[in-house]
Write a protein that binds this ligand. Structure first.
Ligand SMILES: *Cc1c(COP(=O)(O)O)cnc(C)c1O
Length: 386
C-alpha cells in the first residue's frame, strides 16, 4: 500500500483571511468588475498610508510598476541603470524593455542588499566617464530594507534617482520609517507568493503626485482628455482590476498578523537550527526591521555534512518546497553581456543559500518537521554513500 502523502508544504502560499470574499462580493454587487473602481481608489490610499508616502497608483504587477518607474524617469535606449544583482529577474527586466543597460552591483553582508560602498564607487566611476546612470534600482530583499542613508547620499551627490524595489518588503521599516518611501519611487508586489497577495498586482508609490499621476495616465493607455480616444503618448494596459483590489484591501488589513506569523516561523527555525555548525541565517540588519517574508539560511557543506541541495532534495522527497536563494542576475545567461561591479558575495550566498518554507499559515508541527528533516540530512547523506 502506498504511504498516504501529506499535503504539500509550499514555500510561501497565499493566505486568505476570509474577509476577501466580502469585498469581492461588494465589487460584484455594485458591478465594479472592470478595471478601476472604489476598491482600487481605497487600496491606493491604504497602501500609501501603510508605506508612509503621499500617493500610490495600483497596477497589474510589481514588474509593471518598475517598468513605469523607468518610463517616468525618462530612461532612453542605451542608457545605464544600476541595479542590485542579488534579486529576482523582474527587478531588471524592465530596464531591457526600454532598451536600457543594467549594471549589476553586489550586496553587502549586513542585509544582503545593495552594497552602498560599491554603489558609490560605481557612481564615481560613471561620473568620471561623464556618463551617469539614469537611475538606481535598489532592492529590499526577502523583507529587509537596504541601507538607504548611505545609498541616498551617494545618489544625491550625482542627482541620480532611486527606484526602491520593495516588492518583497511591504510592512518592513528603515530607521523607524515604513519601507517604500525611501526612494524617489517605491514599488510593491501583490503576487501570489508575496507577504500579502491580491492574486496578482502591484503598486507604485511616491511623495511626488506628478509621478503617480503620470503613472496612472500611462497605465490606462495614455488617454488624453478628450471625448474621443486621443493619444499623444504610448500607453500601457497596466491598471489593477477592482475585483483584485478588493482582495488586496482585505489582505492589507491582515498584514500585521502575517508579519507576526512569519516572524514566529523565523524565530522557530532559529531556535532549532541557529546553533548548528555550518548553518547561518540571513542577518537581521540593525538599520531596520524586516517583514520576515522568507527565512533564508546558508549551509556550509563541510561543516554541516550536507549541502544546500542535499537539504532541498530531502525536503522535496517529503513533499516540502524549499528553494535556492535568487541566482544573482550577473550570473544569469540572459544578462551575460552586462557590466557588474563585484558579485562574489551574492554568488557565494547563492552557492549555499536556501529559502525555507515561510508561509504565514505554516503550523508549529510543520516547522518542527522541517527542522527535523534539515537536521537529519547529514546522516541521510552518510547512509546513502556506498
Ligand atoms: C516579485 C518581485 C517582483 C515582481 O513583482 P510581480 O508583481 O510578480 O510582477 C519584482 N522584484 C522583486 C524583488 C520581486 O520579488
Amino acid at each position: 500500500m502506498d504511504k498516504p502523502t501529506l499535503p504539500r508544504i509550499y514555500l510561501s502560499p497565499p493566505h486568505m483571511s476570509g474577509e476577501e470574499l466580502e469585498l469581492v462580493k461588494e465589487a460584484f454587487a455594485t458591478n465594479w468588475i472592470a478595471p478601476l473602481g472604489p476598491h482600487v481608489d481605497a487600496f491606493e490610499t491604504e497602501v500609501a498610508e501603510c508605506a508612509g508616502v503621499a500617493h500610490a497608483t495600483a497596477l497589474s504587477s510589481g514588474t509593471a510598476a518598475i517598468h513605469l518607474a523607468l518610463r517616468l524617469l525618462g530612461l532612453k535606449p542605451g542608457e545605464e541603470v544600476l541595479c542590485s544583482t542579488f534579486t529576482f529577474s523582474a527587478s531588471a527586466n524592465p530596464i531591457m524593455y526600454e532598451g536600457g543597460r543594467p549594471v549589476f552591483i553586489d550586496s553587502e553582508p549586513t542585509s544582503w542588499n545593495l552594497d552602498p560602498e560599491l554603489l558609490r564607487e560605481e557612481l564615481d566611476a560613471c561620473a568620471t566617464r561623464g556618463k551617469l546612470p539614469r537611475a538606481v534600482i535598489s532592492v529590499d530583499l526577502y523583507g529587509q530594507c537596504a541601507d538607504y542613508k548611505a545609498i541616498l547620499e551617494s545618489c544625491a551627490r550625482y542627482e541620480v534617482p532611486v527606484i526602491q524595489d520593495s516588492a518583497e518588503s511591504l510592512g518592513a521599516s528603515y530607521r523607524g520609517r515604513p519601507a517604500g518611501g525611501q526612494g524617489c519611487v517605491g514599488v510593491f508586489s501583490f503576487n501570489g507568493n508575496k507577504i500579502i497577495t491580491s492574486s496578482g498586482g502591484g503598486m507604485l508609490v511616491s511623495d511626488d503626485a506628478q509621478l503617480t499621476d503620470r503613472a496612472r495616465f500611462l497605465a490606462t493607455q495614455a488617454r488624453d482628455p478628450a471625448p474621443h480616444y486621443q493619444h499623444s503618448a504610448i500607453g500601457f494596459n497596466y491598471r489593477m482590476s477592482n475585483v483584485l483590489a478588493g482582495i488586496g484591501r482585505a489582505q492589507l488589513r491582515a498584514l500585521p498578523d502575517r508579519i507576526a506569523a512569519r516572524r514566529r516561523n523565523f524565530e522557530h527555525y532559529q531556535r532549532a537550527l541557529g546553533s548548528v555548525p555550518g548553518i547561518e541565517f540571513m542577518p537581521l540588519a540593525p538599520h531596520g526591521s524586516g517583514n520576515f517574508w522568507l527565512t533564508c539560511i546558508t549551509i556550509d557543506p563541510v561543516q554541516f555534512g550536507a549541502s544546500r541541495e542535499d537539504v532541498r532534495l530531502v525536503l522535496e522527497a517529503h513533499n516540502i518546497e524549499s528553494r535556492p536563494v535568487w541566482k544573482p542576475l550577473h550570473l544569469q545567461p540572459v544578462f551575460a553581456g552586462c557590466r557588474a561591479r563585484g558579485g562574489e558575495f551574492a554568488a557565494s550566498v547563492f552557492e549555499r543559500g536556501l529559502c525555507l518554507p515561510s508561509g504565514s499559515s505554516l503550523t508549529t508541527p510543520q516547522v518542527d518537521q522541517i527542522c527535523e528533516l534539515v537536521l537529519a540530512t547529514p546522516q541521510h547523506i552518510a547512509a546513502a554513500r556506498p
